[in-house]
Each structure stands twice: as structure tokens, then as C-alpha cells.
Design a protein. Structure first.
Length: 437
């Protein structure tokens, strides 16, 4: 990987793309430290210090924003509204025929869906920004902080609207930065910004574990966490690269005097076909009851039950529901993202077949069978990886959003592998040595 980066910096046009990407990343990180108007910055810093390692319901979103959410900066919402909008549009594509038709239209249809995603991102940013401002005004953003009620001293309607507009504009600007990286930089811009946001929280989270440790001044706990992190990275890389290759043979066809087809290829089915989406879905769904209970008034029985069982990451009920939801969403997302009937029809249209399997319906049934078989280990792997933060919470007193666990490791390894592959492919295009040396 380091060799690929070194070769890329020696190539002039790739060096420009890498430097441009680094420049956009610097702008993004600077924006995560600029507070929005109407916020008492000293009170925010006091509450962040008091709530260190105990961020509650907002910990996951804070991780995706690179720590900007709890700082209430212009990039407080980060890339999360765009991720949510993309997932919603992807799910609606299966349900709404118009969106499905746009997806099949090629580049023009994809551009239209991208435009819809941008509009939905702005709408979600307004909604989430309003919720964040309301939470900060009520003091619920930092539960237990002594000065939480002073975070927004001026609670006039004009101040509230200004804060929401600033956060919405910040989200739109982050979306624009991501598209700039995609067009003029290296890799997928949104994925790289998400990578940077998560990686930015690693040093503080690791140092918090060291300060909370008791063995040899916390260095034994620190070293153990680093070792566990390296083992997890190796495991995630191994599973993310694993795939089942289904052989496909194309029959020869004579068109005029030329012969077409007769080639062999394969359909790569990844063990983790769903990626990190099931973990995000499960986390978001489990946050909803706790969020409702936090803002609900009174002291009813259902509120006490949710507070006791669904807000603590080390509770057995929370762990069981989290694991089962991840397995469910893994199968659900694979079912809507991979259509065996469509793949079988395309293969039949171009004269392709799987050796030993008849074309058409038998091919679709065979693909469904194989997909279900490999989704089981993929979903169980996702569930186990996502539970590592919970085990760390019990063993080391770490926060629920452990730096080397679940969502963070899956995203960082996935984005890193994809970026390195893109760099290597562009290097191969520019430095092709040919068959004869």
C-alpha cells in the first residue's frame, strides 16, 4: 500500500489529485472546529470535558461527524444526512417503479437520482439541525453537565433559525466537498470524508482508555486495545476480500464473418455483500426508543423499561436485539440490492450460462441458493464485529463507540481498500509495461 502511494506521488497528474484531496480534507477538518452563531463556546467545552467517554445516544453520530456534533460547529451534522438520503433513495428504488426506471437509464438516470439525493440531504439536514438545536437548548445534549442549560443563552426564534441555516449550509458544503473529491481527487469523496471523520476520533478515544487504565499507568490497557485493533483489522480485511466466484461461460455466436463470445468469466459474490449498512440500520433503530424515552415526560413503566434495557450497551437485552437486527438487515439489504432474476435474464440475453445449470429460472434459483448460503456467515461476522465495542465497554470501561470496533473499523478498512485499489488501477493505466520487457 505504501509503495502504491509512493509511486502515485512520483506521477505528476496523480500527485495533483492526491494533493487536491489532502487540501479538501484540511478544509473539512478546519470547518469541524468553527462554532455556529448563538452557541456559548466555553459552556460547550466544559460539557464536552465532563461527558468525555460518556456521550450516550449521540456518540455514534458524533463519531461520523469527526467530533463536530458535540462541539456544535458548522459541520456538526457532517456527512450523516447524505448517507441517510443515499440509503433511503436506494431502498425506494426497489419500491417506486419511476426510480427503478431511472436507474436503468444509465448515466442520465443516475444523474437524476443524484439530484434527488441532494434535495433529500438538504431536507434531512434541516430536520436534524432543528432537532440538534432543540436538544442543545433543552440541555439534553449533555445529560449531567452542570452548565448544559447555558449552551444556547439566547433562545429567540431568530437565533434558532440562524443556527439551523448555518448547520444546513455546512452539510451542503460538506456534500459539495465530497463531490469535488470524486470529480477531481482520488476515490469516492463521501467515503473519504467519512473515513477522515472516524479516524479523527481515534487519538482522543485511545488516550481516554489510557487515562482510565490502572495497570502500569494505563499503558497495559492501551497496548491491549492496540493489539486487539490490529487483529480486528486483519480479520476485517480477510473477510472483506473473501468472495464466492460463480463461473460463467458464454457461447460462441457468429455475426457476419466474426465470432463473438466463447469466453469464461465469473460472478463475484462477496461474503459480506451488505457492507456496513446493516450495522448502521441496527444502531439507528435501537436509538429511536431511547431517544423517544429521553424526550418523553413523566415516569411511566415503558420509559423506565427502555431506560433500563435499551440505553446501556452492555445490557443482555440490548446485545441480543442488536445482534438479531444486524443479521436481519444483512439479509434484507442483500435481498433488495442483488436481484438473481435480473442477473439470470441478462446472462440468458447475452448467451451466458453457469456450467451444469440451465439458463433462465434454474440459474436464478441457483444464485439465490448460493447468496443465502454465503449471507449467513457474512451476517454473523457483522454481528460479532459490532459487539466488540460492547465487550470492550465491559472489560476496559471504554465508551460504547469503541475506536477499534464495529462500524468504525468496517468503514475505515473498506474505504482504505477501495482507495488503494483505485490508485493501483490508475497507476497501471499510466505505467503499463506490456507483455514483453
Amino acid at each position: 500500500m505504501l509503495t502504491a502511494f509512493a509511486r502515485a506521488f512520483r506521477t505528476p497528474d496523480l500527485r495533483k489529485k492526491l494533493l487536491f484531496t489532502l487540501g479538501v480534507i484540511v478544509v473539512y477538518r478546519v470547518g469541524t472546529h468553527i462554532p455556529i452563531p448563538g452557541v456559548n463556546y466555553k459552556a460547550v467545552q466544559t460539557c464536552v470535558t465532563e461527558a468525555s467517554g460518556n456521550q450516550g445516544l449521540f456518540g455514534l453520530v458524533n463519531m461520523f461527524s469527526g467530533g463536530a456534533l458535540l462541539q456544535i460547529t458548522i459541520f456538526a451534522l457532517g456527512i450523516m444526512p447524505y448517507i441517510t438520503a443515499s440509503i433511503i433513495l436506494q431502498l425506494l428504488t426497489v419500491v417506486i417503479p419511476r426510480l427503478e426506471a431511472l436507474k436503468k437509464e444509465g448515466q442520465a438516470g443516475t444523474a437524476k437520482i443524484t439530484q434527488y439525493t441532494r434535495y433529500l440531504t438538504v431536507a434531512l439536514a434541516i430536520l436534524q439541525g432543528t432537532g440538534l438545536v432543540a436538544t442543545a437548548r433543552s440541555g439534553a445534549l449533555f445529560s449531567g453537565c452542570t452548565v448544559a442549560g447555558n449552551i444556547v443563552p439566547d433562545q429567540a426564534i431568530f437565533t434558532t433559525i440562524t443556527m439551523v441555516i448555518c448547520m444546513t449550509a455546512g452539510t451542503a458544503f460538506v456534500m459539495w466537498l465530497g463531490e469535488l473529491i470524486t470529480d477531481r481527487g482520488i476515490g469516492n469523496g463521501m467515503s473519504i470524508l467519512m473515513f477522515i471523520s472516524i479516524a479523527a476520533t481515534f487519538p482522543s478515544a485511545l488516550w481516554a482508555i489510557k487515562k482510565q487504565g490502572t495497570l502500569a499507568g494505563g499503558w497495559i490497557e492501551f497496548g491491549t486495545v492496540i493489539l486487539v485493533g490490529l487483529v480486528m483489522v486483519a480479520l476485517v480485511v480477510f473477510v472483506e476480500q473473501a468472495q464466492r466466484r460463480i463461473p460463467v461461460q458464454y457461447a460462441k455466436r457468429m455475426i457476419g464473418r466474426r465470432s463473438y463470445g466463447g469466453t469464461s468469466t465469473y460472478i463475484p459474490l462477496k461474503v459480506n455483500q451488505a457492507g456496513v449498512i446493516p450495522v448502521i440500520f441496527a444502531s439507528s433503530l435501537l436509538y429511536i426508543p431511547a431517544l423517544i424515552a429521553q424526550f418523553a415526560g413523566g415516569d411511566s413503566g415503558w420509559k423506565r423499561w427502555i431506560t433500563a434495557n435499551l440505553t446501556k450497551g452492555d445490557h443482555p437485552i440490548y446485545i441480543s436485539l442488536y445482534f438479531l437486527l444486524i443479521v436481519f438487515f444483512a439479509f434484507f439489504y442483500v435481498a433488495i440490492s442483488f436481484n438473481p432474476e435480473e442477473v439470470a435474464d441478462n446472462m440468458k440475453k447475452y448467451g451466458g450460462f453457469i456450467p451444469g445449470i440451465r439458463a433462465g429460472r434454474p440459474t436464478a434459483e441457483y444464485l439465490s441458493y448460493v447468496l443465502n448460503r454465503i449471507t449467513w456467515p457474512g451476517s454473523l461476522y457483522l454481528g460479532l464485529i459490532a459487539l466488540v465495542p460492547t465487550m470492550a465497554l465491559v472489560g476496559f470501561g471504554a465508551s460504547q463507540n469503541f475506536p477499534f470496533g464495529g462500524t468504525s473499523i468496517l468503514i475505515i478498512v473498506g474505504v482504505g481498500l477501495e482507495t488503494v485499489k483505485q490508485i493501483e488501477s490508475q497507476l497501471q493505466q499510466r505505467n503499463y509495461e506490456g507483455f514483453l520487457r
